[in-house]
Design a protein around this ligand. Structure first.
Ligand SMILES: Cc1cc2nc3c(=O)[nH]c(=O)nc-3n(C[C@H](O)[C@H](O)[C@H](O)COP(=O)(O)OP(=O)(O)OC[C@H]3O[C@@H](n4cnc5c(N)ncnc54)[C@H](O)[C@@H]3O)c2cc1C
Ligand code: SF4
Length: 559
């Protein structure tokens, strides 16, 4: 790769925001609202690697409106695409052929969805982008922020975007463009889960030294059009159990939109031990459960996608501010896991960081540590919410996600409801990273997954076609191996190379000669849906996800 090239043009802004998700767009809107109220000027730029805002957004999603209420109180009058309130909900434990409903009245109030909305976060982000632009925010879609720029004192001063035209061989193609340096007084990192720049910043500024390792899940999602008579607008269902076993955390979500479409999703916690586990195939198998198969019968799959989700919660929140900027939203990780909700906290933390940056710039500062943002988080509803559910994930990890883990975490959530912040378990910890949780294949047995039928269940590559994924083919693979020999010399003999299975897009393959000898590792980078699972779960931590040329990746219509 070329280093910071002198021929690059540069542009200066007050605040650069990397990522047009709910966190980044809320920060941008808040900055402009503050400057309008103060009668001052602030120029704000948001860069987004998707071909358009929303193209890379994948969420459930049920939106707790607490964030949007604070950001744009008259969002209803303004026509936000948030119009399907939750009308009913159920929680079930699945067995292979039936289910046991859990009594909704016994559920801790904090995890119920009354008052929330079923949305497409992709569409909500598109709408937020329109609001931001109306306030004067500049948004550059199709621009991946591929590297960080630093001031002489080591603080972050900006990012490079738009470097395109480097061929597979690493040399400049005729259409090479060196990209642009975007400089900001502050840079807000809103890349979402496992951000590639966030990862560099966390290491450089030792932001995670005092927190537990971040934990993750992989979320897989399909949108289906179902037969009209089966539609139940506003209805929500969560399941635990089958096809997962007690030692594999996860579960499903099912949200009925206002028309005859549903969001059907499945989350597998990435701390699973068995390297033969195949999260994508678990999702496909889940759809063969009699209750789900009956719902989908006669319907049509419209879209597919996958994205990791942060699950570490309170114990894993890193230091949020660094010299020259801050981590907001899931770049830091504010998902409330038992609720599977992070969008509202992404919005709220975006707003808090925006307030801190606006006050600092108004006071003539730049490039320092936004301590006011960290202080705001310490006193926020975001921290209180994460604190109340801090033991749910560690309890599931310890006792499983079937009845033991659910019972203990339910008890814990109730004690936290009755006596806020109190837990008989104190504060439990996440012991190791998800990569380190993977055990050698010799301790496990391969899992036999049914073949897809092409009607209810699909193979990965067919499904990837329903994510609209596309990458410029002649560019260096954006999935880098620190040591190219590791997949075959370490991961294959020790872990049966789990990348073949954990990748939801079939990017990684182990190929053999005709006689079954000479294994080699192949990376089909053009299929990557940017879920970031490989960067998280590779047991050797040998895969580094970097940004491909902007505009590449999935093109989700309404995920
Ligand atoms: C399967 C699943 C189900 C979920 N369900 C719910 C739910 O029902 N309710 C809920 O509240 N939350 C849910 N969540 C969590 C929620 O989606 C996240 O908390 C939320 O998306 C975080 O917002 P964000 O703005 O931090 O990041 P994101 O929404 O991930 O947005 C980040 C943006 O930054 C862009 N980007 C990243 N890196 C770069 C770069 N280097 N250069 C340029 N652009 C970049 C990305 O393309 C993306 O558009 C779910 C998550 C998953 C995966
Ligand atoms: S290559 Fe990595 S980031 Fe891309 S889809 Fe596969 S697991 Fe996800």
């Amino acid at each position: 790769m070329l280093d910071d090239a002198p021929e690059r043009e540069s542009m200066d802004f007050d605040v650069i925001i990397v990522g047009a998700g709910p966190a980044g767009l809320s920060a941008a809107i808040r900055l402009k609202q503050r400057s309008t109220a103060a009668g001052s000027e602030i120029n704000v730029l948001v860069v987004e690697k998707g071909s358009e805002v929303g193209a890379h957004i994948l969420s459930g999603a049920i939106l707790d409106p607490v964030g949007i209420n604070k950001l744009i109180p008259d969002w209803k009058e303004k026509g936000a695409p948030i119009d399907q309130p939750v009308t009913g909900e159920s929680f079930k434990v699945f067995g292979p052929s039936g289910s046991i409903p859990l009594p909704v009245f016994a559920m801790p109030p904090m995890i119920k969805d009354h008052g929330n909305y079923i949305v497409s976060m992709g569409n909500v982000c598109r709408w937020l982008a329109g609001e931001a632009e109306a306030l004067g925010v500049e948004i550059y879609p199709g621009m991946a922020a591929s590297r960080l720029l630093y001031r002489d004192d080591g603080s972050v001063r900006g990012v490079v975007v738009g470097e395109v035209g480097i061929g597979k061989d690493g040399k400049k193609r005729p259409d090479y463009q060196p990209g642009i340096e975007l400089n900001g007084k502050y840079v807000l990192i809103a890349e979402g889960v496992r951000g590639s720049l966030a990862k560099i910043i966390q290491e450089k500024f030792a932001l995670c030294d005092d927190s537990d390792p971040q934990k993750f899940g992989i979320g897989l999602k399909e949108i289906w059009e179902i037969r009209p008579e089966k539609a139940r607008p506003g209805y929500v269902q969560y399941t635990f159990g089958w096809p997962l076993t007690n030692d594999v955390g996860g579960g499903s979500f099912l949200y009925h939109y206002s028309d005859s479409t549903i969001a059907l999703g499945f989350v597998v916690h990435l701390n699973y031990k068995n390297p033969y586990l195949y999260p994508y195939a678990e999702f496909q198998r889940f759809k063969t459960h009699p209750e789900i198969a009956a719902l989908l019968e006669g319907g049509k799959r419209l879209a597919y996608g996958s994205r990791a989700i942060t699950e570490g919660g309170y114990q894993s929140v890193p230091k949020l501010a660094f010299p020259g900027g801050a981590l907001i939203g899931c770049s830091a990780g504010f998902v409330n896991v038992p609720r599977i909700k992070g969008n509202h906290n992404a919005m709220l933390t975006g707003m808090m960081a925006a307030d801190a940056a606006f006050d600092a710039i108004s006071a003539g500062r730049e490039g320092d540590v936004l301590k006011a943002y960290e202080e705001a988080y310490e006193n926020s509803s975001v921290k209180r919410e994460l604190y109340a559910v801090r033991n749910a994930k560690p309890l599931w990890s310890k006792y499983g996600t079937l009845l033991g883990g659910i019972a203990f975490s339910g008890l814990d959530l109730w004690t936290n409801t009755i006596a806020p912040g109190f837990s008989i378990f104190g504060t439990m910890h996440h012991e190791k990273s998800d990569a380190a949780s993977t055990e050698p294949a010799a301790k496990h047995h391969p899992i036999d997954y049914p073949r897809p039928d092409g009607v209810l269940t699909f193979d990965r590559l067919t499904n990837v076609a329903f994510s609209g994924t596309n990458h410029e083919e002649d560019q260096p693979a954006h999935l880098k191996l620190k040591d190219p020999s590791i997949p075959v010399t370490v991961n294959l003999p020790l872990y049966s190379e789990p990348a073949q299975r954990y990748c939801p897009a079939g990017v990684y393959e182990v190929l053999y000669d005709d006689g079954g000898a000479n294994p080699r590792f192949q990376i089909n980078a053009q299929n990557c849906v940017h879920c970031k699972t490989c960067d998280i779960k590779d047991p050797s931590q040998n895969i580094v996800w970097t940004t491909p040329e902007g505009g590449g990746g999935p093109n989700y219509p309404n995920m």
